[in-house]
Design a protein around this ligand. Structure first.
Ligand SMILES: [Fe+2]
Ligand SMILES: [Fe+2]
Length: 352
């Protein structure tokens, strides 16, 4: 290494770290060990450790322990999760709604851009649809650690849109002194559901300082970006979420496949956390990590459908089909359960 190499090396290491690189070099930089040839050498070779560190279960502290008081036995949620059957969850498929207008293209383009950036940051790779990775290729190898990093990062972002949309519609209703027509509850419930995904994963792994920093930054940027975008075009924002959820379904489908193919041995016999078992009402005998991924994927499929549907409606006046009663109960209509899942959403004339 030349005299000028260390700073370049650190810079490169940091870049690599931000791209899902090492924990160690970032720690060294943070503790003033800049320029140590030994450490720099280590940074250069240990590229299998990521800045997005997550703590192993043995070292994890209880993130949200049960708060015990003298009189309260349990604190319940208002948004109880509908029961999904095994066959409903296994029937979920990867799908894509074709972009039909400029608003759809803006939404799709933004999702693709964000996906590329997130894949880069979390070290996520999978072969293109229909193509297989060669057995010796490490490029497409996801392990439990990498999957968990991706899940936790994605879920911290996924909980934002529903809350922003619900909040802005709430404020609009107050401001204009008009009814909202049932959208707010569905949007807030979606945000709650995404937060439950996150809390479940946090019962399994704890993110390290770098990941928390990235989450903080991502939330700051994404919240404000989505807030402004929703004020400008709520329709485009719902389409954006619809496309984002298409990606989420694909991500969980890949993870399920990896787990079923035996590529994630640490999860093979792993029990789902108690918080998940009670939230999804997971039945006895179906409480493993694999079952958990099926439940979460089904949730993402419902978000995909709901947001594509909402994007098809008149944002100001149409009622929310997911909070409406219909005249003929025999007709197939949008539901909150996984009984009916329409991957590309319902068109306006089908539901109004
Ligand atoms: Fe989620
Ligand atoms: Fe989602």
């Amino acid at each position: 290494m030349s005299g000028t190499t260390p700073s370049i090396c650190i810079y490169k290491s940091l870049l690599r770290g931000a791209a899902g690189g090492m924990l160690r070099q970032s720690t060294a930089v943070g503790t003033g060990l800049r320029g140590s040839p030994v450490l720099l050498h280590q940074f250069g070779i240990s590229n299998n450790r990521r800045c997005f560190s997550i703590t192993s279960p043995s070292r994890i502290k209880e993130y949200f322990p049960i708060v015990k008081t003298k009189h309260i036995v349990e604190t319940e949620t208002t948004w109880k999760h509908p029961v999904f059957t095994e066959s409903q969850m296994k029937d979920i498929t990867v799908a894509h709604r074709e972009a039909k207008n400029w608003s759809d293209w803006v939404a799709l383009g933004t999702v693709r851009l964000l996906r590329t950036a997130t894949d880069f940051a979390t070290g996520y790779k999978h072969p293109a649809a229909g193509k297989k990775a060669s057995a010796e290729s490490k490029d497409f190898h996801m392990n439990e650690h990498k999957w968990m990093v991706r899940f936790i990062f994605l879920e911290t972002v996924a909980g934002v849109p529903g809350m922003v949309g619900g909040m802005l519609r709430h404020l609009r209703s107050l401001r204009r002194m008009k009814r909202d027509m049932g959208w707010i509850e569905t949007l807030l419930e979606e945000a709650y559901n995404e937060r439950m995904h996150l809390l479940t994963f946090l019962k399994i792994r704890e993110p390290g300082w770098f990941m928390r920093l990235m989450v903080l930054g991502a939330q700051g940027v994404f919240f404000n970006g989505f807030f402004i975008s929703y004020l400008i075009s709520p329709r485009t924002c719902h389409r954006f979420v619809g496309y984002l959820e298409e990606e989420a379904v694909m991500t969980y489908t890949h993870a399920i496949k990896d787990l079923k193919d035996g590529k994630l041995p640490k999860w093979t016999n792993m029990q789902a956390p108690d918080i998940a078992i009670s939230y999804w009402k997971m039945p006895e005998g179906n409480q493993t990590m694999l079952d958990l991924l099926y439940y979460i994927r089904a949730d993402e499929a419902k978000h995909r459908e709901v947001n594509h549907t909402l994007a098809n409606l008149n944002q100001g006046t149409d009622p929310n089909p997911y909070a409406s009663k219909y005249d003929d109960p025999k007709e197939v209509r949008p539901t909150k359960t996984a009984e009916v899942v329409k991957p590309t959403g319902w068109e306006r004339d089908e539901v109004l």
